[in-house]
Design a protein around this ligand. Structure first.
Ligand code: SAM
Length: 287
């Protein structure tokens, strides 16, 4: 089995397959030998589990997942990689590589087909340029997955795992907290990757909630309201919601009051429950 954390081995492998790493696809491969076992350990998967990996690259994390799980399905967009992965993962008969864009694949159907009756986790070193769209797809589609354990940029990790109602929170923190219990597990320095990225990374874990954190009737409207509130960060929630949703300021102010919220509240001071109360009050204002 090739040592996929050895840079010379990676160079030889790439040369043999005429493969040059693509910046466009966010290809920074893990070469610190301690990292993949640590991610897999944290993911909590066991011998009965199915794992969905996004972006296997040359297979360094895939291999570690295959050693622990019953089955690994790895979705990779780069059409040059399946041939290379066939070589690096040759000894495993529990890995399937699917050549597709993860943002386009039917994940619900894929999970039902590939992991019947298995507990399922997502584990990956994500392509950073599409971190948010991937996480939002995984969460919004209410897929039957237990947890998402992924490497992302540290700055994104801090935003994603920030508690609503704290200064660091952004619209994505609310969406993530609505669907899951997030945690920042550990940071990873640029030197742990080949080539090293410009930024520090971090591994986060989202434990998917069996039910969303609050009971919302109109989820699309709820998240539209949250996004509007955060559309102009330095403004009060009232001003941002008013301009973001095209509503008169007086109407938003009245709804805030009805919801028991301060007219000067900043969006990051509001909780998931506060936004629900505001949505309800706004709906009452408009009928
Ligand atoms: N898992 C490998 C590792 O840790 O060394 C590679 C991680 S690298 C940061 C991200 C991987 O995601 C690359 O293999 C890249 O080609 C793949 N990728 C990029 N965009 C993708 C997409 N839209 N769908 C699926 N895979 C994608």
């Amino acid at each position: 089995m090739p040592n996929l954390t050895d840079i010379q081995t990676i160079r030889d492998l790439c040369a043999r397959h005429d493969f040059a790493l693509s910046k466009g696809f966010g290809q920074n491969f893990i070469v610190n030998p301690g990292i993949c076992p640590k991610i897999v350990e944290a993911s909590g998967i066991g011998p009965d589990w199915g794992v969905l990996e996004i972006g296997p690259g040359i297979g360094v994390l895939t291999k570690e997942l295959a050693l622990r799980a019953k089955k690994v399905v790895a979705v990779e967009v780069d059409k040059r990689l399946p041939a290379l992965l066939a070589e690096t993962l040759a000894e495993f008969d529990n890995v399937e590589v699917i050549l597709q864009d993860v943002l386009k694949v039917d994940l619900k159907a894929l999970i039902a087909e590939k992991f019947p009756g298995m507990p399922v986790a997502v584990c990956a070193n994500l392509p950073y340029y599409i971190t948010s769209p991937i996480l939002m797809r995984l969460l919004e589609e209410k897929l039957p997955i237990h947890s998402i354990t992924v490497m992302v940029q540290k700055e994104a990790a801090q935003r994603i795992t920030a508690q609503p109602g704290t200064r660091e929170a952004g619209a994505i923190s609310y969406a993530v907290d609505y669907y899951s219990k997030p945690q920042l597990l550990f940071s990873v320095q640029p030197g742990s990757f080949f080539p090293p990225p410009k930024v520090t990374s971090a591994v986060i874990q989202l434990m998917v909630r069996p039910q969303p954190a609050v009971q919302v009737q109109d989820e699309a409207g709820y998240f539209k309201l949250i996004r509007a509130a955060f559309s102009q960060r330095r403004k009060t929630a009232a001003n941002s919601v008013s301009s973001g949703l095209g509503l008169p300021k007086a109407q938003v102010a009245a709804a805030l009051e009805k919801a028991g919220l301060a007219p000067t509240a900043r969006p990051e001071q509001l909780t998931l429950e506060d936004f629900l109360a505001l949505q309800t009050a706004l709906n009452q204002e408009t009928v």
